[in-house]
Design a protein around this ligand. Structure first.
Ligand code: PMP
Length: 439
């Protein structure tokens, strides 16, 4: 189905490293599609091929392409007040976030998830006067030296370090940035966390996690785990940070924290918070902690923080998502679930092992027989199969995001489910052949 776009890719590659705008340490090369236009849930590439877009810009694009209400709000803002430091949409956007996100007593805006996570850690350190933070295997919190990848030795304190073959490993880290700042633990294991708190709690400022580990394959928290972590953080005066950059507005307007009834001290938001057309991230949390910004004890700076176009996008997105008790997201999730059912059913028909797991707004498929219970089950081999299917789907007009994530948007409709149903059998049949050759 895809015709040749290689000349254009070659041209781009002359000036853009790898021909792509981002990269991890993965042993396969990407040949990106370049798109010329998009409408609702479809995108069209330079060669005129149309795709169902479940890639949705790494999950950010929740409003769909060409969403009139969203676009009008952005256009109005461009025409009225393109670039000022504070605009007349601030209060509305802030109040909407406060209304929906349980931990959002106060809010600061940024641009990327990476930067807002670093600001959350800074705030936690300042608040507690302690240094290290705890993070978890399989979780992702952005493109920064102190927080990406690594693994720990089997004995001693769980201090992470780089290792060969780590897909989130990188050369060029500042020396000791990873070793000196965090502890890395398996997730969903409250006992290990408690043991570490008992030993090192005096120097642990924060615990950061994805409350549903989307980056680790779509793994849910074990029953009671989030409550237990909340309790432990209270006991040891450690700031609990939920990184809800994906789950924030893809598990409902209140994020995972509302669904699980566990309120963290700080939350990082990003991606879909501004609909997906423009970048906005947010650091939200308890007034008692955010007060350090009021008192200027902690710096949080950024040229474009709270820029009008972004603030307008947050306002438009949350107004749309919140209308009629979140109806748009309910419908979106129903369509997503239909797609997941088709995928499961057709994979079974093709004889390909396949599971779909995670919340409907940010689910993943995996080419295996049982849903992953633990992020350690998300092996490189499994990722490789998942990415092969990702490629096959693309060849048949269906785009899914990083490795195997499927991000719906609120403009998804029955004809998209039909598009998926018509195209997926051929992709799965070809994948099954590949699978049998490789296994
Ligand atoms: N946290 C999580 C949970 C993410 O999924 C991501 C991005 N995939 C980030 C942080 C980093 O966000 P950004 O890419 O905007 O820096």
């Amino acid at each position: 189905m895809i015709t040749d776009m290689s000349d254009y890719n070659q041209r781009v590659k002359q000036r853009l490293p790898g021909g792509v705008h981002y990269n991890f340490h993965l042993p396969w090369e990407e040949t990106p599609l370049h798109f010329t236009h998009a409408s609702r849930s479809r995108v069209t590439d330079m060669n005129g091929n149309e795709y169902l877009d479940l890639y949705a810009r790494f999950g950010a694009l929740i409003v769909g392409h060409g969403n009139e209400e969203y676009n009008e709000c952005l256009k109005d803002t461009i025409d009225r007040v393109l670039s000022v430091s504070h605009c007349d949409l601030d209060a509305e956007a802030l109040e909407l976030i406060h209304q929906y996100v349980p931990s959002a007593e106060m809010i600061r805006f940024g641009l990327s998830g990476t930067e807002i996570v670093q600001n959350a850690l800074r705030l936690a350190r300042a608040y507690t006067g302690k240094n290290r933070f705890v993070r978890f295997e399989g979780h992702y919190h952005g493109n920064a030296d102190n927080i990406m990848g690594g693994k720990t030795a089997r004995t001693g304190l769980p201090v992470p370090s780089d290792y060969p073959g780590d897909m989130k490993g990188t050369k060029g880290r500042a020396r000791d940035a990873m070793e000196s700042q965090s502890y890395l633990l398996p997730w969903n294991d409250a006992e290990r966390l408690e043991e570490l708190f008992r030993q090192q709690g005096d120097d642990i400022a924060a615990v950061i996690m994805e409350p549903v580990c989307v980056n680790g394959g779509g793994v849910m928290p074990a029953p009671g785990y989030l409550h237990k972590v909340r309790q432990l953080c209270n006991d040891y005066q450690i700031v609990l940070i939920f990184d809800e950059i994906i789950t924030g507005f893809r598990m409902g307007l209140g994020g995972a924290q509302q669904l699980f009834g566990v309120t963290p001290d700080l939350t990082t938001l990003g991606k879909a918070i501004a609909g997906g057309g423009v970048p906005v991230s947010a650091l939200v949390g308890k007034s008692e902690i955010m007060k350090l910004l009021v008192d200027k004890k902690v710096i949080h700076a950024g040229t474009f923080n709270g820029y009008p176009l972004g603030t307008a996008a947050v306002k438009a997105t949350l107004e749309m998502l919140g209308r009629k008790g979140g109806q748009a997201m309910d419908i979106m999730n129903r369509h997503a679930e239909m797609i997941h059912d088709v995928l499961r059913r057709e994979a079974a028909k093709a004889g390909l092992p396949l599971v779909v797991q995670g919340p409907p707004g940010c689910a993943s498929y995996h080419c295996c027989t049982e849903p992953l219970q633990d992020t350690s089950e998300y092996t490189f081999e499994l990722m490789s199969f998942d990415i092969l299917l990702n490629g096959k789907l693309a060849e048949h007009g269906i785009l899914v995001s990083t490795l195997s994530r499927m991000y719906p948007n609120i403009m998804l409709e029955m004809k998209d489910v039909a598009w998926f149903s018509e195209r997926v059998p051929a992709a799965l049949a070809e994948m099954k052949e590949l699978y049998d050759e490789l296994i």
